[in-house]
Ligand binder design. Structure first.
Ligand code: DGI
Ligand code: FE
Ligand code: FE
Length: 187
């Protein structure tokens, strides 16, 4: 699917600010893919649709999780986490994307997971470092992204975990699994 065609399909599902974020994630993901030898077309496609389900209402996402083969424990965690797995499902059903590697990159873009593929890392990291982001510490992650994909993902996970813990928020186990897995790789 051509980039502008894909963007035209996602745009009606997003608010304007989210669509602008999506376009920056696409540019960032393509650059990372180029740098790290990841398929650029897959990175582009996954980035375009990564937030596809961001604005589905909570009840609808809950229904998809209950009805489809998605982990039920998602329902015990913040609904902010649901748009990745539900997005992957809906992008398959509604857009017709069948490439499992692309669907997985969408699925895991928020939480990460252990043993992420390079494509999953590229989309996860692009979402975190796109130029519109201003999380504390994002500058260091951007610098690291020029050197080491694993270390940059690990830093992003560490920042997110630290941030969530500072707010006494729950942390989805796959986020810890991603952090632990990458720590073994980078240390
Ligand atoms: O959808 P975006 O805003 O572009 O980015 P995202 O999909 O990474 O956002 C989801 C937010 O979810 C992120 O800023 C932090 C929050 N969050 C809540 N619980 C968890 C979590 N993020 C992770 N990684 N793990 C959690 O358990
Ligand atoms: Fe997201
Ligand atoms: Fe995003």
């Amino acid at each position: 699917m051509e980039r502008n065609e894909a963007l035209a399909l996602v745009e009606p599902h997003l608010k304007a600010v989210r669509f602008e974020h999506t376009k920056r994630v696409v540019d960032t993901a393509i650059n990372l893919a180029e740098q790290y030898g990841v398929d650029k077309q897959k990175a582009e496609l996954a980035a375009v649709f990564h937030d596809y389900a961001k604005y589905r209402d909570k009840q609808e996402m809950q229904r998809w999780i209950e009805q489809e083969a998605l982990p039920k424990d998602l329902l015990d965690f913040h609904h902010e986490l649901w748009h990745g797995p539900v997005g992957a499902l809906l992008v398959k059903r509604e857009i017709g994307i069948t490439d499992q590697s692309v669907l997985d990159a969408i699925r895991w873009h928020t939480t990460g997971r252990a043993n992420m593929t390079p494509l999953e890392k590229v989309v996860f990291l692009a979402d975190y470092i796109e130029p519109g982001r201003d999380f504390p510490g994002v500058g260091e992650v951007r610098d690291q992204a020029k050197q080491d994909l694993d270390r940059a993902c690990w830093m992003a996970l560490k920042n997110t975990i630290t941030f969530l813990m500072s707010k006494d928020a729950t942390i989805y186990p796959d986020t810890f699994h991603a952090y632990n897995d990458l720590l073994r790789v980078v240390e």
